[in-house]
Design a protein around this ligand. Structure first.
Ligand code: ATP
Ligand code: MG
Length: 396
C-alpha cells in the first residue's frame, strides 16, 4: 500500500475531524496523481538500508542519490531532494506528474515519488553504467571503452532526447543543466538524460546550478550565465559543449592545463580557424573512426555554441546534422560564446551585482556589462538568475 492510499483510507474510516494540511492537499490531488507511483518513506529506507552511505552513488544540486533495491527486486536510483525544496505538496505532485508522463528512450524514467512530512524523494530507474562524467570523462577510473560508434550513438541519443523535450513535450521543457553528469548510460551504453523538469521543483529565486560540480559553469551559455536569459538555445549551447567533450574525451575546463589549453571550446575554435579541428579528437580513437565524420560532429558542436543564440540550430536540426541528413559543411560557423572570457570572475549564486567587464564577443546579442536580469524581460528567465560577483577570483 502506498502512502497516499493509506492516508486516504484512514480518512474515510475515521470520524470527521480536522485533517492535517498535507492530508487535505493529498486528497484534493487524488484524481491527478493516479499515474504516479507513491512510495512510503519506510519502503525507501528499507530499499537503501537506512539511506546507508554505502548506498550513496552521488550528490548534486538537488540532493543525494542512493542506489536502492525495492521489495520486488527492482533496482532504483533514489534522489532525496534537499530541504530547500519548500514546495507545497500539491504543487510538487503536479510537477512530478508532468515529469512522470514524459517517456522517451533517451530520457531517464521517473518511477514515482515519496512525500512524507518534509521529505520529498524521487524514484528513478537505475542506470547501470553511471554517467558520462564518471565513465568517459572520469580520468581513467572506468573500464568502459568508448569507441567512435558508441560515442556517435551517445551524441545522437542525447540530441534526440533533447529534441523531444524541446519540440514535442507540451509545454516544452528547457533542461537548464545539460552536462556530462546528467547523461546516464544503460547497460548497452544508450544515453538517457536525467533531471529534466526538476528545476520547477525549487523556488524561483533559487538556482540549482551547482558550483560544486567541476565544469558545470563551462556548459552554461553566456547569455544565461551572465544575464539569466534562459530558453531552449541555452540547452543547445550546453549540448554543443558536451559533443566537444565526447569527441575529445576531455572535460570542458581543465585548470591544470596551460592557459591556452584550459578551455575546450576556446581551443576548438582556434583549431577550427586554422582548419586543424582533427587535432582535438581523442587519441584513443585513432584508427577507429572516419575523421571526416568526427569533424562533422565537432562542427555541429561549434554551431551549437555560437555566441548568438538565434544562430544555434534547433535540436531536431542537430539530429539531422549529426546523422548527415543536413550538410554542415554548407553552414557558416561564427565564433562561440566563450564564458571562459569571464572566468576570472567568481560565480556567486543568489547575489546580483553589476559587473563592468569588456565583452570581446562580436555580436550585438552579447552585452558588455553583466546586469541584474529581469524576469519580466523574458518569461523563460523566471527560474534562475545566475549572476557574477564582481570580486575577481585571484586564485586563477
Ligand atoms: N537514475 C540513476 N541511475 C544511476 N545513477 C544515478 C541516477 N541518477 C543519478 N545517478 C548518479 O548520482 C550522481 C548524482 O546525481 P545528481 O543528479 O544528484 O547530481 P549531478 O548530476 O552531479 O548534478 P545536478 O544536481 O546538477 O544534476 C550522478 O552523477 C550519477 O552518477
Ligand atoms: Mg544530475
Amino acid at each position: 500500500m502506498n502512502c497516499f492510499s493509506s492516508l486516504f483510507k484512514k480518512r474515510s474510516a475515521s470520524p470527521p475531524r480536522r485533517p492535517t494540511q498535507s492530508c487535505v492537499e493529498l486528497d484534493e490531488d487524488v484524481s491527478s496523481i493516479q499515474n504516479i507511483r507513491m512510495y512510503t518513506y519506510k519502503e525507501l529506507r528499507v530499499a537503501t538500508e537506512g539511506f546507508s552511505p554505502d548506498k550513496k552513488v552521488g550528490e548534486g544540486g538537488f540532493g543525494s542519490v542512493y542506489k536502492g533495491t525495492l521489495k520486488d527486486g527492482t533496482l532504483v536510483a533514489i534522489k532525496v531532494l534537499s530541504s530547500e525544496s519548500r514546495q507545497g505538496v500539491r504543487e510538487f505532485l503536479n510537477e512530478i506528474k508532468a515529469i512522470a508522463e514524459i517517456e522517451h528512450e533517451n530520457l531517464v524514467k521517473l518511477y514515482g515519488c515519496c512525500v512524507d512530512g518534509k521529505h520529498r524523494i524521487l524514484v528513478y530507474g537505475y542506470l547501470e553504467n553511471n554517467s558520462l562524467a564518471q565513465t568517459l570523462l572520469g580520468g581513467g577510473h572506468s573500464s568502459i571503452q568508448f569507441n567512435w560508434h558508441a560515442r556517435s550513438e551517445i551524441c545522437v541519443g542525447i540530441a534526440k532526447g533533447l529534441a523531444y523535450l524541446h519540440e514535442e513535450v507540451q509545454p516544452h521543457i528547457v533542461h537548464r543543466d545539460i552536462k556530462a553528469s546528467n547523461v546516464l548510460l544503460d547497460r548497452y551504453l544508450k544515453p538517457k538524460i536525467s533531471d529534466f523538469g526538476l528545476a520547477k521543483l525549487f523556488p524561483p529565486n533559487m538556482t540549482h546550478v551547482s558550483t560544486r560540480v567541476a565544469g558545470t559553469v563551462g556548459y552554461l551559455a553566456p547569455e544565461y550565465a551572465i544575464r539569466g536569459h534562459l530558453n531552449r538555445k541555452a540547452d543547445v549551447y550546453s549540448f554543443g559543449v558536451l559533443v566537444m567533450e565526447i569527441v575529445s574525451g576531455r572535460c570542458n575546463t581543465n585548470r591544470k592545463l596551460p592557459a591556452e589549453e584550459r578551455y575546450l571550446l576556446e581551443k576548438a575554435w582556434k583549431l577550427y580557424e586554422k582548419e586543424k579541428l582533427a587535432q582535438l579528437v581523442d587519441e584513443s580513437l585513432e584508427g577507429d573512426c572516419d575523421i571526416e565524420e568526427v569533424c562533422r560532429y565537432m562542427k555541429v558542436g561549434l554551431l551549437c555554441t555560437q555566441d548568438m543564440p538565434k544562430l544555434r540550430p534547433t535540436m531536431s536540426t542537430v539530429v539531422k546534422m549529426l546523422t548527415g541528413e543536413i550538410d554542415v559543411n554548407a553552414e557558416k560557423i561564427s565564433r562561440p560564446g566563450l564564458l571562459s572570457e569571464f572566468m576570472g570572475v567568481k560565480v556567486d549564486l543568489g547575489h546580483t551585482t553589476t559587473m563592468d567587464k569588456p565583452n570581446i564577443g562580436d555580436t550585438s546579442d552579447s552585452t558588455a556589462t553583466a546586469r541584474q536580469s529581469s524576469s519580466s524581460e523574458d518569461i523563460t528567465t523566471s527560474y534562475a538568475t545566475m549572476t557574477f560577483n564582481s570580486i575577481y577570483d585571484r586564485s586563477n
